[in-house]
Design a protein around this ligand. Sequence first.
Ligand code: S3P
Ligand code: PEP
Length: 421
Amino acid sequence: MSKNLLLSFKGNKQINTEIRLTGSKSECNRALIISALSKGTVGVENLSVAADTVTLAGSLKSVVQSPKETNGSSLTVDIGPAGTAMRFLTAFLSLQQGNFLLTGTERMKQRPIGILVEALQSIGAKISYAENEGFPPLHIGGPFEQSQANVKIKGDISSQYISALLMIAPALPQGLSLEIEGELTSKPYVEMTLAMLEQTGITHEWNENIISIAPQQFKPAKLYVEPDWSAASYWYSIAALADEAEIFLPGLNGYSLQGDSKITEIMANFGITSQFKNGGVWLKKEPKQVERKIFDMKECPDLAQTVVVICAALGHDATFTGLETLKIKETNRVLALQTELAKIGVKFIEKNFSYKLDCSGLHFPEKISVSTYEDHRMAMAFAPLALKIAEVEIEDQHVVDKSYPYFWEDLAKAGFNIGTA
Ligand SMILES: O=C(O)C1=C[C@@H](OP(=O)(O)O)[C@@H](O)[C@H](O)C1
Ligand SMILES: C=C(OP(=O)(O)O)C(=O)O
C-alpha cells in the first residue's frame, strides 16, 4: 500500500485556479472497446491517463497481439480494480478467438457479474467461473456461435452489464435485443454507450424496456473524449467548502454525454454557479442559503460521496435516495461513508431505502485520518475537508490513480499543502 498524505490549507480559504482534467474514464472505456471491435476503423482522441483506462488499453493490446493457435493455453487478463473494464471485457473476450482467464483484485472477486455472464451464456457464449459462482475470475473461451438474439437482463444492479452487451451487439451475426427487467439504474451511462455507438454509425431502437441493435459495420470515425465530469465534482466540492472560489475547468461543455455533468445542477443549490465560456466551465461561489433537502443519486451514483460529504461539512441535513448500487462498487461506499463521517460527528442513517444525514453532532477536530478502502472516490470526496479541518490525513495516496492520477498535484496547484504522513 502506498503512503498516506497530510493535507492542510494555510491562510485565507480562497481558491483561484485553472485545472485541466484528464479524459472521462467512462467515455474512454467505451471508445477503447468500440475501437477494438471496429478493428481500427474507429480512432480515439484525448485518451485518459486514468489507471483503469490505461489497464484496459493494455489488456486489449495483449489480446489482439496474443498468438491465436488453439493449443488450449489461456491468456490471463488482469484488470485490477477496474469494474467497468471487467464487465466490458467479459462481453468483448467472448467474441475473440482463444482462451482467456479474466481476473482482478480481491475486491473485484466480490463484485457480482453473474447477470452479465448468464445473459452471454444464453446467447451461446462459453464462460465459466474460475472460483466462485457469479463472480470473477472467469474462464472465457471464444468465439461463440450465436444461438439467439433475445436476452432478458435485470436493470437494477449495474448498467455496465447492459452497456457491455450493447457494444458487442453490432458485431454479432444476429445482433441483440435486450429486454430490461425492473428499473434501469445509472441510465445516463446506457445513453452514453448508445450515443458513442451512434457516432460510429451504429443505429439502435429503444422502445419502452427493449433496446435492439441489428448486425452492422462500424463506420470510420474519431471518438473525442471529453474531460471527466466525475473528477470535476471534486472541484465543485472545493468551491463549496472554500470561503471564495473561482475555478476554470477547460474542455468541459454543457452538452456532455456524461450523466455526472449533473453536478452543475446539484451544486447550483449550494451557490456554485457554472458558466460555460472560453472552451470550458467557470465555477464561481455566490452566497446562497442551501434549501434542497432531497438528492436522488440513481442516475449519477459516482457523485454520491462528493455530495454527501459536502452536505456533511456544511452541516446541511439532507436525505439521499438511489444509493442501492453503492454497496457493490470499489468498496461498500455506504458503510465507508458512515464510518468516516462519524469522525466529524455526522450520522448517515438508512431508513426505508433512503439515507438521512444527521449533522447535529458536527464538529471539526484539529486532525482527522480518513481511511479510503481502496476507493479513489473516498480519498477525493474527503480531501476538500482540509478547507475546514487543520490537518486531514488521507490513506494510500495512489488510490486516486484509478480515475484521477494527478489529483494531489492539482490540489497543490490550488493552494493545498500536501505532505507525506
Ligand atoms: O458504464 C460506466 O462507465 C459506469 C457506470 C456506473 O456503474 P453502474 O452502472 O454499475 O452504476 C458507474 O458507477 C461507473 O463508475 C462507470
Ligand atoms: C464505480 C466506479 O468504477 P468501476 O465500476 O469502473 O470500478 C467508479 O469509478 O466510481
